[in-house]
Design a protein around this ligand. Sequence first.
Ligand SMILES: [Zn+2]
Length: 190
Amino acid sequence: MLMTKKTPRTKRSKDFAPHIEASNAPPCNVEGCLLAGEYKAPKSREQIEEYEWYCLEHIRERNKQWDYFSGMGSDEIEAFIHDSVTGHRPTWSRESRLREHYFTLQDKLYEFMNGSKPAPAQPRLPAKTKKALATMELTHPYTTQELKIRYRSLVKKYHPDLNKGDKELEEKFKHITSAYRYLAEQITDS
Ligand SMILES: [Zn+2]
């Protein structure tokens, strides 16, 4: 699956000056970040008098986040947050810009809240499929073509005719064949 990632638009702003000395600073607000929170940011648009403290990297991330939202109407922001919580993908045609940036936004929001990049989306695979893929030395997603090519090369390696009398390899070959059949049935590409 291909996902185009747009480069986020960022304001070319001057570098940040710390709001507090590192030795007096509370820890960065991002979970797992061990740096000093020398930079403050308002908690939210509603709570601009209340601050949270971040290290330089995370204050930058956070400000980027605010830049993203700054061009949007409040209903769009709410819809975005709602969608990122429920996992529902927006399908609005009215706001193509938002849809276009949706994945970037979602990643940024995740990164901001968790202090690390999200793992690439992996479909939930049944245990049987995972096992079959491992047997075939393939990863998801796979194509019919890839499956066939892999099967052929494994056949060359493990076919009983080539390994006369080796029970272990014979067993392995049976597993490969049934994994191949199973995966061939599962495939949805054309
Ligand atoms: Zn930090």
